[in-house]
Design a protein. Structure first.
Length: 550
């Protein structure tokens, strides 16, 4: 470099440095040392266990993956929730987690449009009787004062001759399943489930009945599982018929005619033996007695499932899951103790016993698997015979009523005894010198088929069901239609034209899942009611329903 350029550069630097120093308000940062910064330690891997504090929102699948639920607890939760929403929705049901406590919300919103050819039923038809049309109604019956009930009979004839259309959301369902902390070998869980099919006040208006329905308690129970036996305490499905596991697939609100469908407060003890090929279960339960009895109802049964032979099944309209082939046999024992039939205040009780047996089966005719839900065919069946079990069928007394007792001194009809048992379970007949108490006998069978169309992953299917129920002795507790003398002679409150002898029911259904959480179903059903006097009353039902599952 030339001397003149060097001198110019030095002079410029000597002038610029003082100016830059004056412009700064703080001394310059010293240069960083030329040593490499230490590498921070790697973060430890996340633990699979649940957080010890705080609130988390997750699903049942994630609870199992994180170790909060064992595989056995997970499968049991799928069974509890899947009965309402199916196994897929159950696995993805939203769960609120606090530590090792987990609460899962599930259910569905249902909207029904129903047309009936008579006005015999509300939205839930159950096992109620089809009303006879005008010109074929029952003969007039006496009241306590001996005045005939002509307005009531005329009304029933009108209802049996005219159709109706109903819109309802009352079968919508809401459930909570709770999992509590336990130990490595003992687990505790509980569930509370409600719908809106509860009892309405007498005389409620049509508008209030459908737009302001009463919430009803379906299940309220807790379960404790131990290595020895499992305990269930609270209101749950009756063990008789292994109910909850063999419900037919139908758009119609359950239970349908001829189907065991009942829940009761109970204490149940059960034990399961699970292997690779088979699962064997046995259980016994003590439940609320059906009358004011000192002896509880006793139920027991066994169930065998073939684990690797499974098929598609939808319980009701919403509980779509993959189920193994299974068969269950159950029994029921009841002791009835009711006030004696007396013209005075009763001073003692009268008792009788009843028993019943049920056999249920689910057969995957064309099996299905998790990856192949289409092109599958399943058969479900139930057979029941026994006495004193009408309350096991939804809404059934079949016209069998307790008698009026005639007061020997005044000749007036007394209020019928007893008052501590539902109508239709037991009834008195007349024997020389007194009254005898008998349980009402019923035999029923139900069969259903479900076919899930190929190539659609089980999202479109059709189903059909048929049931028959009949009684050997319901007609023994009804007077002859022609027997219309003075009210003093009346004993049986109902006539042969008011009491059911048998009923046939069948339906056909189609289901479509346009979205993962939306289902549409359509049904045609026919109720064919046979009365003791030989008359047959028929109701045709068309139902279109939509479901939002969560």
């Amino acid at each position: 470099m030339r001397p003149s350029l060097v001198a110019l550069t030095v002079a410029t630097a000597s002038i610029a440095l003082p100016v830059r120093a004056l412009a700064q308000t703080a001394p310059p940062t010293p240069p960083a040392p030329e040593t490499a910064a230490p590498t921070p330690p790697a973060a430890p891997p996340a633990a699979p266990a649940a957080p010890s504090s705080g609130v988390d929102v997750t699903t049942l699948d994630h609870l199992r993956d994180r170790g909060i639920l064992s595989q056995a607890e997970y499968e049991l939760a799928l069974r509890d929730i899947g009965a309402s929403t199916g196994d897929t929705h159950a696995a993805e049901a939203g769960s609120l987690v606090f530590g090792k406590w987990a609460t899962t919300l599930y259910g569905f919103i249902e909207g029904d449009t129903i047309f009936d050819s008579t006005q015999s039923f509300t939205d839930a038809a159950g096992n109620n009787q089809v009303l006879r049309p005008t010109g074929n109604t029952a003969p007039l019956q006496p009241t306590l004062s001996g005045v005939t009930q002509q307005p009531v009979q005329a009304t029933q004839g009108y209802l049996g001759s005219h159709g109706q259309t109903q819109f309802s959301v009352r079968n919508s369902r809401l459930g909570l399943r709770l999992r509590a902390p336990g130990s490595e070998s003992v687990h505790a869980s509980a569930m509370v489930e409600m719908d809106f099919l509860g009892n309405q006040p007498p005389g409620v208006s049509q508008s209030s009945f459908f737009t302001s329905p009463t919430m009803r308690l379906r299940h309220a129970m807790f379960r404790v599982e131990t290595p020895v036996v499992d305990f269930l305490v609270g209101q749950y499905w009756q063990l008789f018929g292994w109910q909850g596991s063999y419900q037919p697939n139908t758009v119609e609100i359950q239970g349908v005619p001829g189907q065991l469908y009942a829940r009761a407060p109970q204490v149940r003890i059960s034990k399961s033996f699970r292997g690779d090929l088979f699962t064997f279960e046995m259980a016994v339960a003590a439940a609320r007695p059906p009358a004011g009895s000192e002896v509880p109802e006793v139920e027991g049964g066994v169930r065998l499932a073939v684990n690797k032979w499974a098929g598609m099944h939808t319980a009701g309209a919403t509980g779509t899951s993959i189920h193994p082939l299974s068969i269950a046999v159950t029994g029921d024992y009841r002791k009835f103790q009711i006030p004696q039939a007396s013209t005075l205040l009763p001073s003692s009780s009268v008792g009788t016993q009843s028993g019943a047996i049920a056999a249920d089966v689910f057969i995957p005719v064309i099996p299905a698997s998790e990856g192949k839900r289409g092109n599958s065919l399943s058969l479900i069946g139930e057979f029941v015979t026994g006495s004193g079990i009408s309350d096991m069928y939804a809404g059934m007394n079949s016209g069998v009523m307790f008698p009026f007792i005639v007061n020997d001194t005044t000749g007036q009809l007394q209020i019928p005894w007893p008052g501590n048992v539902d109508q239709g379970l037991v009834a008195y007949d007349i024997n020389p010198g007194g009254f005898a108490l008998h349980p009402i006998q019923w035999t029923s069978f139900l069969a259903g088929l479900e076919y899930y169309l190929p190539g659609l992953d089980g999202k479109v299917w059709i189903s059909g069901n048929y049931s028959h129920i009949q009684s050997q002795n319901s007609g023994d507790f009804a007077r002859n239609n022609a027997d219309q003398p003075s009210p003093l002679v009346y004993f049986f409150l109902t006539t042969q034209s008011q009491v059911r002898k048998s009923e046939d029911w069948w339906d056909a259904n189609v289901f479509v899942d346009p979205l993962p959480s939306v289902r549409i179903g359509a049904e045609f059903a026919q109720f064919i009611d046979h009365y003791v006097d030989g008359f047959t009353a028929t109701n045709n039902r068309v139902q279109l329903s939509g479901f939002f599952l969560f």
